[in-house]
Design a protein around this ligand. Structure first.
Ligand SMILES: *[C@@H]1O[C@H](CO)[C@@H](O)[C@H](O)[C@H]1NC(C)=O
Ligand SMILES: *[C@@H]1O[C@H](CO)[C@@H](O)[C@H](O)[C@H]1NC(C)=O
Ligand SMILES: *[C@@H]1O[C@H](CO)[C@@H](O)[C@H](O)[C@H]1NC(C)=O
Length: 237
């Protein structure tokens, strides 16, 4: 008996936990200026629908009442919100940051357990790779930083790739490079969030040996020779 009680308690706990996941908040990220679409599932016992009420935190968004044949959009949601009365789907256009929050829906007067946590965030900026310190590459290790103003764009992640890689690899905002990376010509970084991603321009690897001096001098001399020859031809005319 002494063993059964904790076991029952444990099973009850599991039941409670799985119950609370079912009614959990669904995280939705949307970009500023874009639209968000919330698509609830209508449980069979609420079909056919006789009323729908969407709320944003505690404020009314839209209410449809079949009996009255009326759809009313409230306050901040008038003019850029659309309710599909067949499916309960809610669409809000041209989002601003303050449309973030928890959205809930009632079907036939019954609050549905699934909530929508909407976060309206900025798209990420195009990053710039900044080389530190200024004394590079006369250092053992140089640091490349994937810079960009990500205020309001969180959560963001940083990825890096070299010219020898096809895809970005998720890592940190900064990347250390050394002589061991001298085979790499260019580094690229990427900032990503749930609504967007942007790549940097190629950043030259400070440890990559440039073309041999002899080759550069040769090319310059050849160029001068060509220009010179053209000049001679010009004067002949
Ligand atoms: C319901 O309202 C729409 C427009 O708001 C109207 O076209 C339609 O005839 C109405 N239906 C009934 C049954 O009153
Ligand atoms: C968001 O802010 C704008 C501008 O201040 C306002 O017109 C709108 O009603 C607000 N929306 C919400 C959902 O509070
Ligand atoms: C990069 O190098 C700096 C200086 O040597 C060191 O403090 C830092 O921990 C390194 N970062 C990584 C990600 O290896």
């Amino acid at each position: 008996m002494g063993n059964i009680t904790p076991m029952c308690f444990f099973l009850l706990l599991i039941a409670l936990l799985s119950g609370s996941t079912k009614g959990a908040e669904k995280q939705v990220h949307s970009a500023e200026g874009d639209k968000v679409t919330l698509e609830p599932t209508v449980p069979d016992q609420f079909k056919p629908l006789t009323s729908i009420l969407w709320k944003h935190n505690r404020n009314m968004v839209v209410e449809w009442i079949k009996k009255l044949n009326s759809t009313d959009y409230y306050g901040a949601f008038a003019d850029h919100t659309n309710l599909d009365i067949k499916t309960g789907r809610l669409e809000i256009n041209t989002l601003a940051r303050n449309y973030s929050g928890v959205y809930s829906v009632e079907f036939n007067g019954q609050l549905q357990s699934e909530l929508y946590k909407v976060d309206v965030i900025k798209k990420v900026p195009k990053p710039t790779v900044v080389l530190k310190p200024l004394t590079c590459p006369n250092e053992d290790i140089c640091t490349l930083s994937c810079d960009g103003d990500t205020t309001g764009a969180e959560p963001v992640t940083y990825s890096w790739r070299t010219d020898q890689m096809d895809v970005f690899e998720k890592s940190e905002k900064s990347k250390n490079v050394s002589k061991d990376d001298s085979h790499v010509k260019h580094f690229f970084c990427q900032i990503k969030n749930p609504v967007s991603h942007e790549d940097s321009d190629p950043m030259e690897n400070p440890f990559h040996p440039g073309p041999p001096i002899g080759l550069i001098v040769g090319l310059v001399l050849a160029a001068i020779a060509v220009v010179g020859a053209a000049g001679v031809v010009y004067w002949k005319h």
